[in-house]
Design a protein around this ligand. Structure first.
Ligand code: NIG
Ligand code: FE
Length: 400
């Protein structure tokens, strides 16, 4: 494998405060050397070592690839009509999930695979170099297992969401469904999954069912994530904190106690952030945009010291976008995040939500996932919404 020098970077976001200014670790007139798929050197362009090949950034901005830590890509069909009705005044309830379940069950493996490939390609072109992929539209043993098998072809960050909603055939006996999720479904799904997730919400799974399912997943070695407090206040966030979840996602309706619980989560571990890690609050502004709902209060979380991630929630119902730059622009404009906070949340924050230290940063030894923007600064990601600014994507050091 040849080494590559990316030079004449006008502004480099490293996400390592030791490498530059502020939390973004910003450097001017920088260069990065990539070797063997990893970052081998970071410093001033004028003192960069030689490499086998050179990529001239011509003064453009560079940053780590986006880490989209929440996406539902394994599904068939779409729900454009539901979206149209919503924009005419219908509320979002999550009830449409069953429409996608029916379409997903009827699809062939190749159809599902092609849809994941299409969305993964969209995301990559927009700078997403790490993406988490959930199941949750199969909701039978065979359909959840094949959803995760297909997801695994595209990402190591796969999440078993058999507890998305109770499928129609179990509508009258949710306890039996929970028993199956914890039994035969988990056994079939877990070899293909790193994480387990539950939609803990009125109309989906209550806190007792959610706790039971997440505990079963933990018992077989899966990490915990929770869909929490999306449609209304509830116990999901505190359940996630109780179980040491890597991330609680949505966080749209939070009480003071929820914010306090998140702010107090610090688990001792051998982590690069100084020996601690936390339960991250993953905010998904594409969902509020597409359901015309109030946005989560990011300022309140950040000001309380909570680690925040931004992700797309890409799915055919509540948020059919694969674009992290779009989510950054929404977070800045609608959630009072600064551009620096939003870019950090979309890169380092996503990595924290996946408990990864090799992505979301450009430090020596990190995976060489690097974006060049057709712009002089990361600020333009929010300043120029809707403009395709990601001009070069390196994934594992390879140009895509
Ligand atoms: O994260 N809230 C639950 N699950 C998805 C929506 C799924 C759908 O509407 O199809 C979400 O928003
Ligand atoms: Fe989701």
């Amino acid at each position: 494998m040849v080494s590559l020098l990316v030079t004449d970077i006008g502004e480099l976001v490293t996400n390592d405060p030791a490498l530059g200014d502020g939390p973004l670790g910003l450097r001017r007139d920088a260069a990065v050397v990539v070797d063997g798929g990893r970052v081998a050197w970071v410093g001033d362009a004028r003192s960069a070592p030689a490499a086998d090949a050179v990529l001239d950034a011509a003064g453009r901005a560079a940053l780590p690839g986006f880490v989209d830590s929440h996406a539902h890509l394994v599904f068939a069909g779409d729900r454009a009509a539901e979206f149209g009705a919503r924009m005419a005044g219908e509320p979002y309830t999550g009830g449409g999930i069953r429409t996608t379940v029916a379409a997903t069950r009827a699809a062939t493996d190749d159809e599902l695979r092609a849809n994941v490939a299409r969305l993964r390609g969209e995301a990559l072109r927009q700078g997403t170099t790490t993406i988490e992929i959930k199941s949750g539209y199969g909701l039978s043993v065979a359909d959840e297992a094949r959803s995760l098998r297909i997801a695994r072809e595209f990402s190591d960050e796969t999440t078993f969401l058999g507890a998305h909603v109770v499928p129609p055939e179990y509508a009258d006996r949710p306890d039996d469904y929970v028993g199956m999720v914890c039994g035969s479904m988990l056994a079939a799904a877990s070899p293909h999954a790193r994480w387990i997730d539950v939609f803990c919400e009125r109309g989906a799974f209550d806190v007792d069912h959610a706790r039971a399912i997440l505990a079963c997943g933990q018992a077989v070695g899966l990490g915990v994530r929770v869909h929490a407090n999306q449609l209304g206040p509830g116990p999901g966030v505190q359940l996630g904190v109780e179980l040491g979840a890597a991330s609680v996602d949505h966080c749209t309706h939070l009480s003071g106690a929820d914010v306090d619980a998140l702010a107090s989560t610090r688990f001792d571990c051998m982590c690069p952030d100084g020996g601690h890690t936390t339960t991250v609050a993953t905010l998904l502004p594409g969902a509020e945009f597409s359901t015309r709902s109030p946005y989560p209060d990011a300022r309140r979380l950040l000001d309380a010291g909570v680690t925040v991630a931004l992700a797309t929630d890409c799915n055919p119902g509540s948020s059919y976008t694969s674009s992290m730059p779009f989510c950054i622009a929404l977070a800045v404009r609608e959630m009072r995040m600064t551009p620096a906070e939003a870019v950090s949340a979309a890169t380092a924050g996503g990595a924290r939500a996946l408990r990864r230290d090799d992505v979301g940063v450009l430090t020596v030894g990190a995976r060489a996932d690097l974006l060049l923007l057709d712009a002089p600064s990361y600020l333009h990601l929010a300043y120029r919404p809707g403009v395709p600014l990601v001009s070069t994507v390196l994934l594992n050091g390879e140009s895509q």
